[in-house]
Design a protein around this ligand. Structure first.
Ligand SMILES: *Cc1c(COP(=O)(O)O)cnc(C)c1O
Length: 396
């Protein structure tokens, strides 16, 4: 739902101030609060910063999240500066020696370890510095149909560069010494799926927690934490819908009740920030080719790469702009399907394909929804050297 403050800003900007990313931080805070309130108090909520690491976004989330998950040395420094003093979990494959050393020096709260080699490296660096690394081992657990509530999605347990196979986790246990060593095993981390609904996410969380519990019991590890990852579904075809956080929260309560010794942690990215951001621009040209209508926008997928990456139609709202003072007829379509493209000289620069519009004219504004996550920060914005968009943070 486009908020009045986003609409106001989108219509107030001049053509040359477009394209623009407009973020409604008040709406973001309200959403994050609702998510937090839907979760059991004991469940820890981390935000996966890679979804949108804008400092204003990180700060707006701060009252509602326990901490932040970072996936590179760059994110680590950036998030630490944007929200100083907040707990950080450092995950992601291919951590360098320099990154690990820096993270240890900064006292990062948790390391999500992705391989036995990485664990050895972390132990060596921590040991040499007289430091202790607090570790969650990332496991790539196989998931069956049962965990997915019948959803025919096979994921987790497939060959993957992420995490350790279950038997490799067992092999890693020998690197943790009972007390005083440079590596302390706190628990298990897994991020196995993305785009699942609440029931499926609860099943996955239950499976990970049960596996961690069984491992802990069998080896008398006394594990106290399990991070069940992110990936809560966002439906780009129904932008008004939300992941059912209430059902998820109730399900996590049940998982916690079964494993009272384990603190549950989740680390969503997309589902927290995607709704707060809008990519606003205007129609520069409108034409027909081979009988099909095309609208050419100021900007494109070099700013909003999401639809190209996910191969979907980015949902949008037309904001009519009535002003027209050229001496020729205004190019327009009514009640037609239109393909909405950007300014790049490549046929891949498509934001939405053959989508119905009531009316669209040159000069009308278009506000793309669900542009608050994996949008600007995943885009190849210097391709073709068009100007960068403006950035507007409303409220907060
Ligand atoms: C990307 C990522 C997340 C966040 O995923 P979303 O789909 O944005 O919720 C969480 N954990 C890990 C390890 C990730 O790589």
């Amino acid at each position: 739902m486009i908020t009045p403050s986003v609409t106001d800003r989108a219509t107030a900007l001049s053509g040359d101030d477009l394209p623009a990313y407009v973020y409604d931080l008040t709406a973001l805070a309200a959403h994050a609060r609702a998510v937090r309130e839907a979760l059991p108090p004991a469940v820890e909520l981390y935000y996966a910063a890679k979804a949108n690491p804008a400092p204003r976004v990180l700060a707006a989330l701060a009252p509602y999240v326990t901490g932040y998950e970072v996936a590179s040395g760059g994110e680590l420094e950036h998030v630490r500066d944007a929200v100083p003093g907040r707990p950080l979990a450092f995950g992601g494959p291919g951590k360098t020696e320099t990154e690990l050393r820096r993270a240890l020096k900064l006292g990062v709260e948790r390391f999500h370890v992705e391989s036995e080699h990485e664990l050895r490296l972390l132990g060596e660096i921590a040991g040499a510095g007289g430091l202790t690394a607090e570790v969650l081992l990332r496991v790539n657990l196989p998931l069956g149909e049962g965990e997915l509530g019948g959803a025919a999605l096979a994921m987790g347990g497939r060959p993957s560069p992420f995490g350790l196979d279950p038997d490799q986790v067992e092999r890693c246990l020998g690197h943790f010494t009972a007390d005083g060593g440079p590596l302390r095993l706190r628990g298990i981390h897994a991020h196995l799926a993305s785009g699942l609904d609440a029931q499926a996410q609860v099943s996955v969380a239950g499976r990970i927690a049960a596996w961690a519990q069984e491992l802990s019991d069998r080896h008398a590890l006394g594990l106290t934490e399990v991070n069940v990852g992110g990936g809560m579904g966002v439906d780009y075809t129904r932008p008004e819908e939300r992941f059912d956080w209430a059902a998820y929260g109730a399900g996590l309560s049940e998982v916690s009740r079964r494993h009272p010794g384990l603190t549950l942690r989740i680390e969503p990215g997309r589902s927290l920030t995607v709704y707060c951001g809008w990519y606003v621009t205007e129609v520069l040209d409108l034409k027909h080719s081979g009988g099909e209508a095309f609208a050419v926008l100021r900007g494109g997928t070099h700013h909003l790469r999401t639809p190209a990456t996910k191969q979907h139609d980015q949902p949008f709202r037309v904001l009519p702009a009535d002003h027209w003072d050229r001496p020729w007829p205004r190019p327009a379509v009514t009640g037609e399907k239109i393909t909405v493209v950007g300014q790049l000289c490549t046929p891949k620069d498509v934001l939405a394909r053959r989508v119905p519009v009531d009316a669209l004219r040159v000069g009308d504004r278009i506000a793309f929804a669900l542009a608050g996550a994996y949008a600007w920060n995943i885009s190849h914005h210097d391709f073709l050297m068009h100007p960068h968009p403006g950035f507007h943070y409303l409220g907060g």
